[in-house]
Design a protein around this ligand. Sequence first.
Ligand code: URA
Length: 230
Amino acid sequence: MGLAPLWRQRDKPVIAAQVPAETAPSPAAAPAGDARALRIAAMGWDELKTAVAECRDCRLCEQRKQAVLGVGDIEADWLFVGEGPGAEEDEKGEPFVGQAGRLLDAMLAAIDLQRGKKVYIGNAVKCRPPGNRTPEAEETAACFPYLQRQIELIRPKLIVALGKPAAETLLDAEVKVGASRGRLFDYRGIPLIVTYHPAYLLRNLTDKAKAWEDLCFARRTLQGLNDVAR
Ligand code: URA
């Protein structure tokens, strides 16, 4: 299937890691003529689930067993965004249920969080990229309206982007994870923190300590927000 221009490819004009966090660009609103994006932007959870399950708007639909929308508390304070489903997620229909998922659960537990309790976990793309390759820009662009709508419905207090594809999708910029760590970005008024993807950490054990620092930074950020709100 060709990638019909149902969406407009977003430009990536800025390297996020070189931009002050406060001024990192938010993704542009859906172009006025983009009927698909506008339709998705008006969906509730039930419609969104159906639309994602039936989506055939990029080539990732061709080899998936099922689309994986996300899992967790739809009134979550925390939103963790990964890259895309792997084989086990494709099989089970839930994000992060494989080895990387077990590490993510341990990372959550380390800051007293639990999947499903004030935590929602989603992905930049909802269908498994064949062979677990990195999703193409056209694929993340096609899927982005779904993620946008999830974020609008959940309205999390903090977003944690797990790895480069998630960070680049959300910030609409080229991101170097190492250089973006420890900084507060902004996704449409919601603070966003970038850290390593759990699958990367499984291959690079020495960076686990950095991910731990990032989680502590995220926890402090959320506590600060809660204190201000009191
Ligand atoms: N990696 C991801 O980025 N997401 C998943 O759901 C599983 C593995």
